[in-house]
Design a protein around this ligand. Structure first.
Ligand code: SAH
Ligand code: SF4
Length: 340
């Protein structure tokens, strides 16, 4: 019998699971903080839980975390870990320490089905969703290194296509008896899956980033095939409704500057026109190179000119890329899968 991993269980899920197994609600209430605030790696350390209960726990459940195969540190302090899941699949997770915050970038899937042309993960076909245990383990992993202040779901995969497990993880992160993050320290980035899932996400009150990357449907569909299903108009509608539904500030549109693809003056102008009546911020991100890509990063001069033109009417910031020298930045993550 394979033991059930409890790391990703919310308190309610834990109570339910324990009751099913002849354990009590009180047992769940006792075990939960051991897992999430004391980061216990085994049941044997849970000294306030009777020995016979611990034996049952050890028999049926596990607190195993993915094994770290490699840990790389970038010159700018960013670290990337390659983690091995119990089935042998590999994922990457990143820690970005800055002066005033330390951010963990969480992967949500093994591979990604969206196939965005500029994305390294997108070149790997979709294998499976990560479980909530596998996602929260990434936070556990970095918490052992240093205090984490922010969490972004911007690693491998499309978070909104793994929503049930994502929900459990968000609940654990926000739960004051667990990881106790405030909701404005958590950001979910989506390629724009603007169906009812977004409404469910809004209930958590976390920040939303939408990967836009082009000012017209034609260009966006070329770069991101998902645009044929959820087009720019639907993204703008989401940008209008999400802040009210989630009680958050405006959404952030991510715009990746790709040399000679979407970085012309006319693109900047089109972007400003598109977004001028939409409450939002635009984050311009530099393209992170990966082996085999046909895309290239825009020059600094081009980027400055783009910012100048696009800023006419919208709020634009150019985000610095981190961890480039270890392939740790957004869109560069690619865990080799032994199942492919
Ligand atoms: N699947 C989600 C979240 C993960 S990707 C999404 O697409 O939003 C996180 C961010 O990295 C997205 O904005 C994505 O478009 C961007 N990205 C992908 N490939 C990139 C690359 N090569 N360089 C820079 N950013 C990239
Ligand atoms: Fe998937 Fe996001 Fe990469 Fe697109 S950018 S392939 S949605 S991980």
């Amino acid at each position: 019998m394979q033991k059930i991993n409890l790391l990703g269980f919310t308190l309610e899920q834990l109570k339910f699971e324990f009751l099913k197994n002849g354990l009590s609600i009180l047992d769940a209430k006792r075990v939960f903080p051991w897992i999430h605030t004391k980061l216990a790696a085994s049941f044997s350390v849970m000294t306030d839980i009777p020995l016979e209960i611990r034996k049952i726990l050890e028999h049926a459940y596990s607190l195993a975390r993915p094994r770290c195969l490699t840990l790389q540190k970038s010159r700018d302090g960013t670290s990337k870990a390659l983690l091995e899941m119990v089935d042998g699949n590999l994922i990457e997770t990143v820690l970005i320490p800055e002066e005033r915050r330390t951010t963990v970038c969480v992967s949500t899937q093994i591979g990604c089905a969206m196939g965005c042309k500029f994305c390294h993960t997108g070149t790997q076909s979709f294998v499976r969703n990560l479980t909530s245990s596998e996602m929260i383990s990434q936070i556990f992993f970095w918490k052992a290194e240093r205090a984490v202040t922010n969490v972004v779901f911007m690693g491998m995969g499309e978070p909104l296509l793994n929503f049930e497990n994502l929900s459990s993880v968000l609940e654990l992160l926000l739960d004051e008896k667990a990881h106790n993050f405030s909701r404005n320290k958590i950001t979910v980035s989506t390629s724009g899956i603007t169906d009812d899932t977004i409404k469910s996400l809004a209930k958590f009150g976390v920040k939303l980033a939408i990967s836009l990357h082009a000012p017209t449907d034609e260009k966006r569909s070329f770069l991101m095939p998902i645009n044929k299903k959820y087009n720019i108009k639907m993204l703008l509608e989401t940008a209008r409704t999400y802040p009210q539904n989630s009680n958050t500030d405006c959404v952030t549109f991510e715009y990746l500057l790709l040399k000679d693809v979407n970085d012309a003056d006319s693109d900047a102008l089109a972007l400003a026109c598109l977004l001028k009546s939409v409450p939002c911020k635009v984050n311009l991100i530099a393209f992170n190179n990966w082996p085999g890509t046909k895309f290239a990063s825009s020059t600094e001069g081009r980027r400055n000119e783009f910012v100048r033109i696009a800023s006419n009417g919208i709020r634009v910031t150019a985000r610095k890329s981190k961890g480039g020298d270890i392939l740790a930045a957004c869109g560069q993550l690619k865990g080799a899968s032994n199942l492919l």
